[in-house]
Design a protein around this ligand. Structure first.
Ligand SMILES: C[S@@+](CC[C@H](N)C(=O)[O-])C[C@H]1O[C@@H](n2cnc3c(N)ncnc32)[C@H](O)[C@@H]1O
Length: 352
């Protein structure tokens, strides 16, 4: 029996535990079953996603039963406790990779950006294990969908903010609710400008880590990224002193900021405090059309922005197709979502 176990199983087949597979054979199988975290692509259709899922190395059910059999087994035939621990730990990791984003441990995904005239680059973004309601520890579909539109928008509805041909903004860009930082770091690279990425104090350590591991890429692209705490409607200690100068930013960017009833009013107050009062100033917001709640919150945000003493009105908007990996009703949790984006500017009567 031990001799059979020493042979690797035929390609694309998993060994049976009754064959008492050797440590090396088990380890090799567990390595083959590794699932890399998903990186979405706007160019991949739903049909392609399903095809890709069906073409994975092993049938999902077969892999799950192999992994849970390892965890249930005493692995008594292996040579030492150290070997047993390694195999159990690897099997647990492979299981958690199959349990959806919420159950995964820490991951780092590399997000590619094709060369649209600004040079191709990719950003490594760390996402710690999700705890409590710290939604800023996950990278959301909007941040990638919006990041991939930045180049086009700079030549379209935001063109007046960019020096023609030079792709640099006259002033720095502020990002609100940056989360893991994908959008803000991409903006620094694509627009070759200084971007200040902000979020709640609890989200800042991971955000700062991501800014730091991508510093070389950002600087090679001609950009700069800075990280600072900025809590919408927060107390003094939750807001970096650099934000005390009001109405300083010509351009504010935000991805997926609305998931609580308070968010439209809180976000509006932060935008109102930080956005320049000039007619040129713009806020670029993306809100995924995930469900009726998010759509409703976007409606409230539009009203809130239009009701300020210096009202902000939507000047351009559209919906693009994209993906996200949040949900309870999906095996691999990749969902196709319409992502609404809008650009707001000061109402005509209030400008100047
Ligand atoms: C759904 S996440 C989106 C994160 C990131 N923009 C993305 O698309 O990956 C919402 C973000 O808003 C931040 N946020 C929520 N309430 C906030 C507040 N009052 N002040 C500042 N940031 C807040 C969260 O910490 C989180 O990073």
């Amino acid at each position: 029996m031990r001799d059979i176990a020493l042979l690797p199983p035929p390609e694309n087949e998993l060994p049976h535990l009754w064959q008492k597979p050797a440590y090396g054979v088990l380890l090799e199988c567990l390595e083959k079953l590794r699932l890399e975290p998903r990186v979405w692509s706007l160019s991949v259709s739903r049909a392609d996603t399903v095809k890709e899922r069906n073409a994975t190395f092993h049938d999902r059910r077969e892999a799950l039963s192999f992994l849970s059999a390892i965890i249930r087994s005493s692995l008594a035939w292996l040579d030492s406790d150290v070997e047993r621990e390694v195999i159990w730990e690897e099997a647990s990791k492979r299981l958690s990779e199959r349990c959806g984003r919420t159950a995964m441990g820490e991951i780092t995904r590399r997000w590619p950006f094709e060369d649209n005239g600004h040079g191709a680059f990719s950003l490594a973004i760390r996402e710690p294990p999700l705890t409590g309601d710290s939604l800023g520890l996950k990278t959301w579909g909007s941040s990638y969908a919006l990041a991939r539109l930045l180049h086009e928008l700079a030549f379209g509805p935001l063109a007046h903010l960019f020096v023609p041909g030079a792709m640099s903004t006259p002033d720095e860009v502020l990002e609100l609710g940056s989360g893991t930082g994908l959008l803000g770091l991409a903006a620094a690279c694509v627009w070759k400008t200084r971007v200040v990425l902000t979020d709640l104090p609890t989200i800042i350590p991971n955000l700062a880590h991501n800014a730091s591991i991508n510093r070389e890429v950002v600087e090679a692209q001609g950009g700069r990224a800075e990280v600072a705490r900025l809590t919408w409607g927060g107390a003094e200690g939750d807001i970096d002193p650099m934000f005390r100068i009001p109405n300083r930013y010509q351009l504010i960017i935000v991805a997926d900021p609305l998931y609580d009833d308070d968010h439209p009013a809180l976000l509006t107050s932060a935008v109102d405090e930080q956005l320049a009062l000039s007619a040129d100033a713009r806020v670029l917001i993306m809100v995924p059309q995930r469900d009726e709640t998010t759509k409703g919150l976007l409606g409230v945000l539009r009203k809130e922005l239009s009701r300020r003493p210096n009202p902000l009105l939507c000047l351009d908007e559209d919906v693009v197709d994209g993906q996200d990996d949040w949900g309870e009703d999906n095996d691999d949790e990749t969902r196709h979502v319409g992502f609404w984006w809008g650009i707001f500017g000061r109402a005509e009567s209030e400008r100047g």
